[in-house]
Design a protein around this ligand. Sequence first.
Ligand code: N7H
Length: 487
Amino acid sequence: MAAHLETADIQGIILSGYGHLPHSTYLFLHFDDRAAARAWLRELIPRVTTSDWSREPNGKPERALNVAFTCPGLEALGLDAETVRTFSQEFREGMADPSRARRLGDIRGSAPDLWEIGGSKTAPEEQIHALLILQDRTPEALETHRTEERGRLPAGLREAVPAETGCQEKSTREHFGFRDGISQPAVEGSPNTRSTQHGCIPAGEFILGYRNAYEVFPPTPYLPASADPAGCLAPYPPEPPEAADRRDLGKNGSYLVFRKLHQDAAAWRRYLQEQSGGNEAEAARLGAKMVGRWPSGAPLVLAPEEDRPELGEGPRSNDFTYAGPDPDGTLCPIGAHIRRTQPRDALVGSVEESLRTVSRHRILRRGAPYGEPLPAGSLEDDGQPRGILFVCINADIRRQFEFIQQTWANNPRFGGLYNDSDPLIGINQERGQPDDEGPWRMTIPQTPVRRRLEGLPRFVQVKGGGYYFMPGIAALRFLAERGEMGE
Ligand code: N7H
């Protein structure tokens, strides 16, 4: 039976992509003063959007506000070292840590020492402590919202780096020309979930305090009950026999991954043009083979020959598998971006085994494109910032986000391939990198002979990132009111 989710305690962005609020802004805050930070948080909590929309006038929030913290941010709020140690290692180390960067393939032009946000060269006084995400219906409403929230930042709190702004309207395409954000896991027990043909993913894959795909509770941060005399927090562990002396700081919270990913749209267009000898239809076909969907979102498995926009909309857009119709990747290449990042029933062994394994490596994607599109037809980079503000939610960063990036996207031998990489987010050729360090390729099975794309440029560059903890509402209150211990 699906677990009952405590929606009023779960931040709204965890269970909803807020499709009706496509305009988003990301404020990166630094706390200079602990008391000011706590006072700000206390005052912020009533405005935090939860997943309980039962009292919203039109059944949906008019605007959304969600908040998450880095590990230094929790320390700056006064969380003691012993409690901080109960958070996951990857969260404590942070995305810019050399061992995380190695796993993620954040090297050369994507290395954390070059980042604009959260990089390894960030001075202590510029460190990011909190991420405030605002979402609204229109750019004007977003501007008003941002001005209001900025006006509420007290002395002792400031923006560490410039804010980012994204837009994920249904009609807009990301910078390589594709519809994005189509496939999301269905979360068991969520009010917003429509189950897919393969059912739902257990809530504990995305929310701490519920059973996950291993049927156990995900690791969660905790603290001694003596630190929570008012009993704000849930018992830990979440089921009997409870340890009477511990409280669960993670309950109804999650981990949020942020990545600023620059897209070189001109390089993408040039590469497709070169590889197709200037034939537009062939360029579109190759682009679709690299993504696994056509620009409309129609999946290649269902529309192998040409784009069929009616298949890019609605439930059909996600109603497909690989093992039966396409075991060899003739319709959708095994190395295509969507097949690597969610291999569905075709990863290992039987269909059931594959689905079970894949269910342990899912993420809820919540990001949005940023920047103006490269003008139509242009093949030259105009130097403007554009890309995706990639945001995803998962209960276990290492087993979910990092695994997808490292073991599926960056893996040269993924799915029986040899020396290929994800054409969108893999470690491909950077400007000036000698050809013999390659081959940076992608295999497209087809008859009579397979096609090999060689010398794939690194179209996507990492410009920033961070690992955040997004607490439940009770835990937010705890952090604001009682977090100071052992001082
Ligand atoms: Fe990807 N793109 O816009 O071309 N992605 N992605 N992604 N991605 C997907 O199915 C893209 C990135 C996933 O369930 C689509 O929603 C770009 C990272 C996953 O079938 C398109 C960038 C990671 C899926 C893109 C980027 C992922 C997915 C098809 C970087 C994780 C769902 C639309 C700039 C580490 C797969 C859709 C499924 C789909 C694009 C990044 C993961 C069009 C440009 C970093 C899990």
